[in-house]
Design a protein around this ligand. Structure first.
Ligand SMILES: [Zn+2]
Length: 316
């Protein structure tokens, strides 16, 4: 009896305490704290920021000037991952060399693979170069599941943004209208910009180029360029003398005057190929933040297309 009455008294006290706290506490924020988003790359951060607006905090692990296949895993990333509500990754094993141990060591159940806070952007994008049959990484090919540089097509940017908008709405139903309105505005701006970019690239349709790494199939496909060869013998394998000789022959035969190179590769081999073939070496930016002025997803295409136009004009 005594126990019961104590329990009743305790319940009564707890109830009045809760009521008191409710009266004293500041009005609950119209939404809780901002959604904490960590992305593997800066491009995904740019897209998440477009959709999330002021309801999210976004941070990227890789910088725009780094090779996203090989990012140095710093301990500071662990702290970011520990408090993340959502982790957005490129997938297709792009980050396999550095991200899995970080996810594991973060001890954050929300962002583990297959948890609701783990968002694989490749599931929303059009993926090119998917190998047929079984492919292993034994030969060093770093694209075993298809080409992971898919964000370099604005149409994929829009698809990923839609996926992010749906995910954020699922996490914060109260803000669903906000995210959906931001997605609509983003998609409209992107389509307008894309029409302008396509128009700018039209005069160069079908022009042949060589790229260092296979970073550009989505970009060149979307903007009408023809990639006929690569400085790397396979994705992730450094140039070899025999492959370089073959590439030079091919470029002379096909009259290729442009070599597109990512900012994190050694220019020695591309420059040598350029001297031999008369081709220009163009350092293209594959990611937001690769240069200071590339502060968002739009400026990434603005920058690369301006650079390419200049090089293609000069190559005539
Ligand atoms: Zn790659």
């Amino acid at each position: 009896m005594r126990y019961v009455s104590n329990k009743i008294r305790f319940t009564a006290i707890a109830a009045s305490l809760a009521l008191l706290l409710a009266t004293l506490a500041p009005p609950p924020a119209r939404a809780a704290a901002k959604i904490q988003i960590v992305t593997a790359t800066s491009d995904l951060a740019a897209l998440a920021q477009e959709i999330g607006g002021d309801r999210v905090d976004v941070e990227s692990i890789a910088r725009g000037y780094q090779d996203p296949h090989f990012v140095e895993a710093k301990p500071s990333f662990l702290l970011k991952l520990r408090k993340a509500d959502l982790l957005v990754v490129v997938g297709l094993e792009l980050e396999i060399g550095w991200l899995p141990p970080l996810i594991n060591q973060s001890g954050n159940p929300r962002i583990q693979v297959a948890a609701p806070g783990y968002f694989d952007a490749s599931r929303f994008a059009q993926i090119l170069e998917i190998p047929k049959g079984v492919v292993t990484r034994a030969e060093g090919d770093v694209h075993p599941l298809g080409n992971p540089h898919y964000w370099l097509d604005p149409a994929n940017g829009q698809r990923i943004a839609k996926g992010i908008a749906d995910k954020l709405s699922e996490m914060r139903p109260a803000d669903a209208a906000y995210f959906s309105q931001r997605y609509d505005a983003f998609a409209k701006r992107l389509q307008e910009a894309d029409q302008k970019w396509i128009e700018q690239m039209k005069p160069y349709a079908g022009r042949k180029v060589v790229t260092y790494h296979r970073s550009w199939p989505n970009f060149t496909g979307h903007f009408g360029l023809d990639v006929v060869g690569y400085v790397e013998p396979r994705p992730g394998i450094p140039p070899s003398p025999s492959h370089t000789v073959e590439l030079i022959q091919l470029m002379k035969r096909e009259n290729v005057k442009i070599i597109m190179v990512e900012p994190y590769f050694d220019l020695k081999t591309p420059n040598a190929i350029g001297r031999d073939t008369g081709a220009q070496v163009v350092v293209m930016m594959p990611s937001v933040g690769g240069e200071k002025e590339i502060t968002d997803y739009f400026k990434l295409f603005d920058y690369d297309i301006a650079l390419l136009k200049k090089a293609l004009d000069a190559a005539h």
